[in-house]
Design a protein around this ligand. Structure first.
Ligand code: PGA
Length: 251
């Protein structure tokens, strides 16, 4: 009942030409897979050309970040409505690299999430613990705080436009995936948290993605877990063949 989402986070990789070439390679490989919401997140400068390249396909477009104001004297920022204007249907918010290198906080995640929803974008809200936090048994308290603060004040209806991504920081770009059971445990925790903070029907419907070294050879095991509804893929999304293999895990 929850449509799986496979999202490729291209991070700071690829020129416009390389981005469009990747899309053109990817399109035929995933064309028949209508059971999965397939999303790619190129750099800002490639959004518009990638939007043109995905026309008529089953691939959807995400930005990797946004600001929370609609317009104003905010040099260097991009508003959700401008992402919509460039063809985005989704936006990634609060990725751990933004938290780590660009001062993203639970408060800014919350403001950005609300602004994205107001612009009718689907917010892919990222949470995840560091290795030190996992080793000191703080995983659940960290996730609880990030989910509670990041989604604070959302209305029940807003959840139609929210996807949560659980990305343990120690698994991102390290080749070290959380085991199926480790991931499932946190996904279930998040779902129960949403049930408590909001309600059971939202908890049952919200898609929770796993991210962190997802590859063609581990996606099936992860997706077989009852509370894992998709993947946010970094490194393996940069090549058409590996991303297509992940995005067609179900066929
Ligand atoms: P990775 O990145 O797949 O390269 O680990 C995941 C992410 O950062 O979203």
């Amino acid at each position: 009942m929850r449509t799986p989402v496979i999202a490729g986070n291209w991070k700071l990789f690829k020129t416009i030409a390389e981005s469009v070439a990747l899309i053109n390679e990817l399109k035929p490989l995933v064309a028949n897979n209508h059971g999965v919401e397939i999303v790619v997140a190129p750099v800002f400068t490639a959004l518009s050309p990638v939007c043109a390249a995905i026309q008529g396909s089953n691939i959807r477009l995400a930005a990797q970040n946004c600001f929370w104001e609609e317009e104003g004297a905010f040099t260097g920022e991009v508003a959700p409505k401008l992402l919509k204007d460039a063809g985005c249907s989704h936006v990634i918010i609060g990725h751990s690299e933004r938290r780590q290198y660009f001062g993203e906080t639970d408060l800014s995640v919350n403001k950005k999430t609300k602004a994205a929803i107001a612009a009718r974008l689907t917010a892919i809200v990222c949470v995840g613990e560091t290795l030190a936090e996992r080793e000191s048994e703080q995983t659940f308290s960290v996730i609880e705080k990030q989910v509670q603060a990041g989604l604070a004040g959302l209305a029940v209806d807003d959840f139609a436009k929210v996807v949560i991504a659980y990305e343990p920081v120690w698994a991102i770009g390290t080749g070290k995936t959380a085991s199926d059971a480790q991931a499932q445990e946190v996904h279930l925790f998040i779902r129960n948290l949403i049930a408590g903070l909001f309600n059971q029907s939202i908890a049952g419907a919200v898609r929770i993605l796993y991210g962190g070294s997802v590859k063609p050879d581990n996606v099936k095991g992860l997706m077989a877990q009852p509370d894992i509804d998709g993947a946010l893929v970094g490194g393996a999304s940069l090549k058409a063949e590996s991303f297509a293999a992940i995005a067609t895990f179900n066929v």
